[in-house]
Design a protein around this ligand. Sequence first.
Ligand SMILES: Nc1ncnc2c1ncn2[C@@H]1O[C@H](COP(=O)(O)OP(=O)(O)OP(=O)(O)O)[C@@H](O)[C@H]1O
Ligand SMILES: [Mg+2]
Length: 504
Amino acid sequence: MRDALYSHVQRLPLSFHDRWPSGQLLARGTTDLRSLHTFLSLPLTFLPVNVATLLVGCTLLLVQNWFLALVFLIPVLPLVALGYFLESRYALASRRARDQGSDLTTLVVDSVLGVRVIKSFGHHRHLTRAFRLRAHRLRGTELRKARVLAALSALLVALPEAALGAAVAVGAVQIADGDLSAGTLLAFLAIALEMRPAVTSTGLLLAMSGEAATAADRFFDVLDEPAPADAVAGSPMRRTPAGAPPAALTFDHVEFRYPDAPAGEPAVLRGVDLRLAPGETVALVGATGSGKTTLAALVPRLHEPTGGRVLLDGQDVTTLPRAELRGQVSVALDEPTLFSASVAENVLLGADHADEHDLARALHIVQAHDFVQELPHGVHTPLGEHGMNLSGGQRQRLALARAVVGEPRLLILDDPLSALDIHTESLIEAALRSVLATTTALVIAHRPSTVLLADRVALLSGGRIAAVGNHDELLHGNEEYALLMTALGSAGNLLHSGGTGEFR
Ligand SMILES: Nc1ncnc2c1ncn2[C@@H]1O[C@H](COP(=O)(O)OP(=O)(O)OP(=O)(O)O)[C@@H](O)[C@H]1O
Ligand SMILES: [Mg+2]
């Protein structure tokens, strides 16, 4: 079940991950599955034993003396009804406790991952208070659960005792009347007492079954989320054969709206038309929040367009198997994500079958070979969680290496050089030029220096491509572009453009 959960979560679309907090998923894979495990290993074996004991016991009692047996068994009816009522209350409380526990986990995950920000803003006191509040709420729910369980257990102990007392009293009267032998009453009591542990332990078993049912519900909450049919986790990416020609990329009136966007808000992309010829490098420029990253994410189908089409070599990407599509398209998103694995593993994530040679080449391109060599075990040095033991620029270079290692037919770089000093930036730029020469590329750029890597520039504005041209044309012909580049770029970079000076 854990395997199924993990691989399903891997296959689920990004829109699912936007909705589901990490703690909820984490708790489902750990505590929920553990309580199912506990249920399967203990209560599940005891329940049939208990049921058999009770059935055989009741039959023997009825055969021995049906009148006494009825006196003993009649309280069972209210017991079942009350037990059912309490059990359903317990199930509700148990579900709430689990959801609250998961919220608590989310808070812990967030604060562990964001520990640097939290410390530097002195935010820990606030978080501790938030944690205490949630923990207190969870404690309240757990106490409610304990109370219901206590009531259930008390009922399951007291009612059978009372019934047994009644049976003994009636039996004594029958003996006095000479209707019953003392031996028969003793035998009756012996059987009834033998059944007692089965009745009293049923309370706990029911509670554990309730917990397991809740856990199963929560497990299937995730497993029932539909995953795209061809998003097979673990299916190898098909790597482009070496020397495959660059791809053509076309955005044909692409529209996109995030599923959780507020109703009145306009869609992020409202009819993007753009064509990248094979081998061409196009820079995508736009104000922050204009939808550049969103547009880039549509190509490897991290999101599906809500209108229009994205075409790779004239073929709608939605008709391509994902494994094939992602083997041809490589993406470095704006936030470099590294995993708790070695440098080599992090980079080679970008391509199956890539070897040491490809790794070295990629590290050279992104100017990472020097600092990687200085790490204690070179490319085999394990990176800390999220690569936090590297500098921002080093992380960015490794993420970039991952994008170029597989020699993709289409390369998408989201602001690839943002965290680098000018010297490293120019070194990488020089190396990137050789990569960009052999592939089609969409480079999202905030700075004139990055824009200059491209053959053409497209300006994304108002959810559309507002202008296309080369850097100089747009700088002089398009006010918005000029503003973006002068506001964000440095004066030194502008000198590149050979402009008239009005923007310096
Ligand atoms: N997962 C999401 N769910 C809902 N809305 C989102 C999501 N991601 C982004 N948005 C919204 O979509 C818009 C475009 O975001 P996007 O990340 O594409 O901008 P961008 O052009 O890449 O900006 P930047 O230059 O700052 O990286 C923003 O208004 C943002 O609030
Ligand atoms: Mg972005």
